[in-house]
Design a protein around this ligand. Sequence first.
Ligand code: SF4
Length: 413
Amino acid sequence: MRNLSIYIHIPFCVRKCFYCDFLSGPACDGEMESYVNLLLREIEKQSIFYGDHRVVSIFLGGGTPSLLPAWETGRILERVREDFALAENAEITIECNPGTVTAEKLENYITYGINRLSIGLQSTDDGELARIGRIHDYASFLETYRLAREAGFRNINIDLMAGLPGQSLASYRKTLERVAALSPEHISAYSLILEEETPLYVNRESYTFPNEEEDREMYELTGRYLGEAGFQRYEISNYAREGWECRHNKVYWRRGDYVGFGLGASSMVQNVRWKNPEEHAAYAACVEKMEADALKRMADITETETDRAARMEKSSLQGMDFAEMLRQTDRREVQELTLQEQMEEFMFLGLRLTEGVDLQEFQRYFGKTAEEIYGKQISSFTEQGLLEQEGRRLRLTPRGVDVSNAVFAAFLF
Ligand code: SF4
């Protein structure tokens, strides 16, 4: 059986943060319920292609998935369990924002098999949180964190941001100190990106942002401070205690198969990438097409196979024009990756990981050595001290991490 990861997009938030351009927004309970109904239909109908896959991770992201009533989250996971073969030790993550969960909701999550909680904190400085429009303060984060531990979560990620308006190196250090002292299993620390048309971008003149040098100092401080506190950087912006790396995110960087359900969700399966529509009406129409397509495909199977396990075994992507099916069911940006594009992704996604890329795996996968394809780039960056090779692994050096975007760009044909 092939491994598969599942991403489920929940596009609801209490209100928009000032820097956010994700596909998310406020909604009432009725809208959430009808969205979940659509999601369930999509999950059920798409499962017919993955009878020969085993789900190793599920990630409920958004948006703020924790805004859903607990029973809706339960319905989603029940559907996945019904329709997919779930690995016994699958990593199941839900994103949550401080103040959007109660003790009862967290206990329900545990009952549903959710075993990883990702909390969006961003900063422990209330002034910084207010300036970027977060719905919570530091105290409400502490309460959510306490409730999560009490409910039994043993795997918690905390999201942080550097480069916030009004943030200083000292206040950022304070955030790192407070968060590390809580001893979560995982910390993500990204730099703020000013996205056009967000309120923060439109009003950028009225804020003071850390300059480039301060940004760099914050990045260096993150690695240094968290390293001393027992967190290893395993990806450019991600840190974990030993054994607690996020398995789901590593699937993206290692180019494993993943399928995304919900509004605007992205997928990549067997070197085909695609996206779901981003507008609600278009997504609903797309789910209807998926249903009609699934009915046709399953017709001959259901006549002869009454046993569900036998049907699952028969349902797979083998022998079908998968990309064509995706186009016919209104999926967007369907792209069958060429060999060249697969090589590019292998390099620039794999080099994000501290362990780097496996050169033997490159050869096994593409039938050519990485040196044959990228010899010039590898030797030039190695001479400049930006890449290093140890055994079969090629990875960025600490200096290479500083200029990683330039290194990645050189691996594009
Ligand atoms: S909580 Fe996350 S998804 Fe929602 S508005 Fe804020 S940044 Fe965007």
